[in-house]
Design a protein around this ligand. Structure first.
Ligand code: SF4
Length: 354
């Protein structure tokens, strides 16, 4: 079974605390929600009134390969009794995950060959990927890193020193991307320390954060987080990850608004997924909902052929047709770029849509 670093934060009774706002030591509401994420397929089926006799066996077999994890705010946006709910499909393990398919591999982007030093991945000329944690708030069944050896990438003090040394020695890098796992699963004290270290690297201009947390647990956008975002001299970009318009609710919109107020540029990347968002109506509604919430649609990623997730695959030709349909319905700025990541390439590879 692939197991990400367990969340070690103890659950506390926070029923007296507000849903949003501060996250000081006395008020760790997002951390409590994270620690209480559902991690058992039986509980998820029960919670959504889905018959165990139909779904449990497959869910358990997929869960053995890559454990289930879903936080409560995301579950609340699902439709009870609907096994085809597009949010549920992203997180519910199924028996298909155990079927091996030619061409679907454990490391489809060959990231293991791009590791510069523990925790630092170099794929592109001016950017470096800093993997601050292997923990995610949600385990997405289609994740191209579902087999990534996160256990080998726990960062010690010495690793941090090596990373900063590597960045200082690479003046061509002007942007660091905090990734993971989900970098916002890390506590704000540690993130604040990282930001101080990065601020001190003179040639860095931008801090980019790739995170699904503001979507799946909007309470994550709390005062402590805004405080280190506010303090850094770096330009701030947060790339969220929303695949379906039903993922955006009022709490998510409020979290995005707080980030915008803090001067963060908000972009979205989606993955095109069979049975979740592979139709022009859904993708167009997603672009509209994102823009209404202050987020620019940025990338629509072709599915990466990761082992255990072949049932989500959509062909490039079908994806290109969907983007052509979006172009007919939306202003150009609401149509994300259709791209694929090809191992060894010096940038994302655009997929022609005409
Ligand atoms: S949040 Fe991102 S990194 Fe984590 S499982 Fe989902 S897609 Fe993968």
């Amino acid at each position: 079974m692939i197991q990400r670093t367990p969340v070690r934060i103890e659950a506390r009774n926070t029923s007296h605390l507000p849903e949003h706002g501060t996250c000081t030591a006395e008020n760790q509401s997002w951390q409590t929600i994270l620690s209480q994420s559902l991690s058992n397929p039986e509980q998820l089926l029960e919670r959504l009134n889905l018959p165990a006799e139909r779904w449990l066996e497959g869910a358990k077999s997929g869960h053995k390969l890559f454990q289930i994890r879903v936080p409560e705010p995301f579950i609340r946006r699902m439709e009870p009794g609907n096994p085809n709910d597009p949010l549920l499909r992203q997180v519910l393990p199924i028996a298909d995950e155990t079927v091996e398919q030619p061409g679907f591999v454990r490391d489809p982007l060959e990231e293991n060959t791009a590791i510069q030093t523990t925790g630092l991945i170099r794929k592109y000329h001016s950017r470096a990927l800093l993997m601050v944690t292997g923990q995610c708030a949600i385990n997405c069944r289609y994740c191209f890193r579902r087999h990534f050896p996160y256990g080998e990438h726990k960062l010690s003090r010495d690793d941090r020193h090596q990373i900063v040394t590597a960045l200082n020695a690479s003046p061509e890098i002007n942007e660091v991307i905090l990734s993971g796992g989900d970098p916002l699963a890390v506590n704000d004290r540690l993130l604040s320390q990282w930001v101080d270290l990065l601020d001190a690297v003179p040639h860095l201009k931008r801090l980019r954060i790739h995170s699904r947390l503001p979507v799946v647990i909007p309470q994550r956008v709390c005062d402590d987080m805004l405080s280190w975002l506010d303090r850094t001299r770096l330009q701030k970009v947060l790339v969220v990850h929303v695949n379906h318009p039903a993922e955006i609710d009022q709490a998510t919109r409020e979290a995005f608004a707080r980030l915008k107020q803090a001067g963060v540029t908000l972009l979205n990347q989606s993955v095109i997924l069979k049975g979740v968002n592979d139709n022009a109506d859904t993708l167009s509604a997603l672009s509209e909902a994102l823009f209404d919430a202050g987020v620019m649609p940025y990338y629509l990623h072709a599915f990466d052929p990761v082992a255990g997730a072949h049932h989500f695959d959509v062909s490039d030709a079908a994806a290109a047709l969907l983007v052509r349909q979006m172009l007919e319905r939306l202003p150009g700025f609401l149509v994300p770029k259709l791209v694929r990541e090809v191992p060894g390439e010096t940038s994302k590879t655009p997929i022609p849509v005409n």
